[in-house]
Write a protein that binds this ligand. Structure first.
Ligand code: NAD
Length: 313
């Protein structure tokens, strides 16, 4: 028995696989671009399959080969700029392929990545945190696809009794992030390289969570047979780009981070106040302080480019 992870070579998958290996699990990672991760160090404990999750036959073949006890789907297009047909195939059909193949093979434990994007803008909730039961105001391609995935998961749960869980990561951060929400990441990584960076609004809000933290959340949820809920918000740290810039300058006093507008940006920000009590109470998750994570990211970048390491002031 193993855990089959679709999209296992991506930003989050690269952290999740080692965490599950450390728990003694055998992993099969299925990815269209497996070269973005190297699992050789784990020997036979991690098998890598190259394939396209939007092809039902490929997903079925992987299920048959892996005979998994649990399935995770992380394969997705981040962002909303993709051609409708292309995005639909990966995000909607690919997700359904995972659910349906799991059903056919009798694998009832499935976890997939939804997103804070389902909630849409913070203004819909006023000054209060959005919960998992709130109306989902998301309206762009990415959000609509995640909303549909959550609905589809509920349909499978109700009709077949499957244990499918949606995890909604907030704005995941880490030095190697290249897709998805990037302004909060570039506010750290570009100054860390000694480059200047500029953003439109100082008061634009984000809710970062470090990629190691979200990977740990996935690991705990995946390893639980019957979680109490079908949907979990990860939550994170509500912070403005201006505040991130101050944290970065606290570590790198010469950092050049500028804003075109000193005020504004908050009113159009995506959901940043997020209620994650379900996750915290059931899984006991605790995130390292965000400012520590910022310093960690700065120094990972600086180590990579051969610059002297920064310290917190
Ligand atoms: N990174 C974030 O900030 C964030 C926030 C909220 C939700 N999420 C969700 O978490 C999940 C993982 O995100 P990530 O940041 O690791 O993304 P990522 O793009 O780094 O990883 C996705 C992986 O899926 C693979 N993939 C793409 N198309 C495929 C296909 N047709 N068949 C098989 N594999 C395919 C990619 O090669 C990649 O390795 C996604 O569902 C994403 O929407 C991410």
């Amino acid at each position: 028995m193993s855990i089959l992870i679709f999209g296992g070579s991506g930003f989050i998958g690269r952290r999740l696989v080692p965490l599950l290996v450390a728990r003694g699990e055998e992993i099969v990672s299925f990815d269209i671009n497996p070269a973005t991760a190297n699992y050789e160090r784990f020997g036979r404990q991690v098998r890598v399959l190259r394939g396209d999750v939007s092809q039902f036959d490929a997903v079925m073949a992987a299920m048959v080969a892996a005979k998994p006890a649990r399935v995770v789907n992380l394969a997705y297009y981040l962002g909303s700029e993709h051609p409708p047909h292309t995005a639909f195939r990966l995000n909607i059909l690919g997700m359904d392929n995972c659910f349906e193949a799991a059903r056919l093979l009798g694998v009832s434990r499935v976890v997939f990545a939804s997103s804070l994007a389902v909630s849409g803008e913070q203004k819909h909730y006023g000054e209060r945190p959005a919960t998992e039961d709130d109306f989902r105001h998301g309206h762009v391609q990415y959000a609509m696809h995640k909303i549909f995935n959550e609905w589809q998961a509920q349909d499978y749960r109700e009709k077949y009794g499957m244990e499918i869980t949606a995890l909604r990561p907030a704005n995941v951060t880490g030095p190697d992030k290249i897709v998805g929400s990037l302004d909060h990441v570039r506010c750290i990584t570009l100054p860390a390289r000694g480059e200047s960076v500029s953003f439109p609004y100082k008061d634009a809000m984000r809710c970062p969570i470090h990629v190691d933290d979200i990977a740990e959340v996935f690991a705990r949820v995946v390893m639980t047979d019957k979680p109490k809920h079908a949907v979990y918000n990860s939550g994170g740290t509500a912070v403005s780009l201006g505040e991130i810039a101050e944290i970065v300058k606290g570590c790198l006093p010469d950092a050049k981070i500028t804003f075109e507008h000193e005020a504004g940006g908050r009113e159009n920000s995506g959901n940043y106040l997020i209620d994650n009590r379900r996750l915290v109470e059931e899984f006991g998750v605790q995130y390292r302080p965000y400012s520590e994570r910022v310093l960690e990211i700065i120094n990972e970048v600086r180590r990579e480019v051969g610059l002297p390491l920064a310290g917190a002031r």
